[in-house]
Design a protein around this ligand. Sequence first.
Ligand code: NAD
Length: 477
Amino acid sequence: MNPRNGEPSFRQSVDLMFTRAAALMDLPPGLEEKIRVCNSTYTVRFGVRLRGEIHTFTGYRSVHSEHTEPVKGGIRYALSVNQDEVEALAALMTYKCALVEAPFGGSKGGLCIDPRQWDQDEIEKITRRFAYELIKRDLIHPAQNVPAPDMGTGEREMAIIADQYARMNTTDINARACVTGKPIHAGGIQGRVEATGRGVQYALQEFFRHPEDVAKAGLSGTLDGKRVIVQGLGNVGYHAALFLSTEDGCQVTHVIEHDGGLSNPDGLDIVALRDWIVTHGGVRDCPLGTYHENGAKLLEEDCDILIPAAMEGVINMHNAAAIKASLIIEAANGPVTAGADEILRHKGTVIIPDLYANAGGVTVSYFEWVKNLSHIRFGRMQRRQEEARHQLIVDELERISRDSSINWTLSPGFKEKYLRGAGELELVRSGLDDTMRAAYQSMREVWWTHDKVTDLRTAAFLVSIDRVAKSYTAKGI
Ligand code: NAD
């Protein structure tokens, strides 16, 4: 229990959600506990000489489940990082990977640091040292433990980790597969940076393909015109807000950041707002909308879809009853506490849970890992052959049109679009869309058919736990 607010800790919250679902299953004795508990957490304290003195940093790498290896999960840089949080996030990774059928166990890492306090060179020194500590214990390894970006980290840190691993394992031909979320020039994959936000978009698109599900949330129609509140315009929140507003016709009416919130009833210009935040460090004084000092209060504003995309615990027992959104999609990990989840469930709010909603990141990370192990870019072998086959059909259609009396032409733009073979980005988007649709179907089936399941989170846990349980059983555990 968190003594400050009477809520369970983040890890306890995840455990409560797990236990609620497991109670509806018929697991062999002992297996439920085996799946729920975190296998191990390694804590490291290391010193780095910076600005003329030695600074000691504390970091963690937690392995929740090794039912499938490698284990996978991001590395977070934030001052609030602690063992409870890392273990909660590692557990979520186990369930998330099982739900989207990414062949990984769950892991997570974190470093207690405010990345904004250090310059690029200093971050490189700190990251190299942290990576060194993890690599020498095989807690970063292409076959055993593969990190990725999370809050406060991105492509740059992943490239440093990959380079550090390669320096320490000079003969490992699969060295690049030791971490995902790398820049393209360092073995990354097209579409990884946007992947989690893109996955949030695909998840909502799939939800809105089912009018009965949409009706459960008290909504109707399509995404077009839906009013959206986004908390956290970082990697995940920015891409989700960008795609929903520019491709699906949503209006992002409120954005909440660490220093307050911004509102505009006509919809905020997401690209311009992100530029402002990058330049000014926050939303204060931004002329694109009305500034609100108490950003968190904006979570309670009227909207159709609420997207918490910043951090855990922001929707809790203190504000859950005041949340007006009838549809919440958890782009962040753990934004709704177990206590708030119960309040919202009773209110009839539909929550698209984190273990599904933000799985786009690990899905594309999986593609990157496969790319690194196969040492070839997706589409490289097929693209031109596919184009040549399409060209054959177009040539034949044009010949028939010429040789017969029928006078028809292909619509403008068709030829160009149809002839273009799929490159890596198209294939990644296709694989991600397919994954998000399939995972939603598996959750939805349980949601609609299990008489004791009334929410998507429990449905998602049931699907995941069942898959992990089968994997343990197959190993004889
Ligand atoms: P990020 O660091 O890129 O962005 C986080 C954003 O939230 C920043 O803009 C920050 O200023 C803002 N923020 C911080 N404190 C806030 C507060 N109190 N109120 C409002 N905004 C605040 O991080 P990210 O990678 O976008 O991750 C966000 C969430 O998504 C985390 O929960 C993370 O675990 C989860 N997630 C990330 C990925 C990924 O691929 N990056 C994948 C899955 C899940």
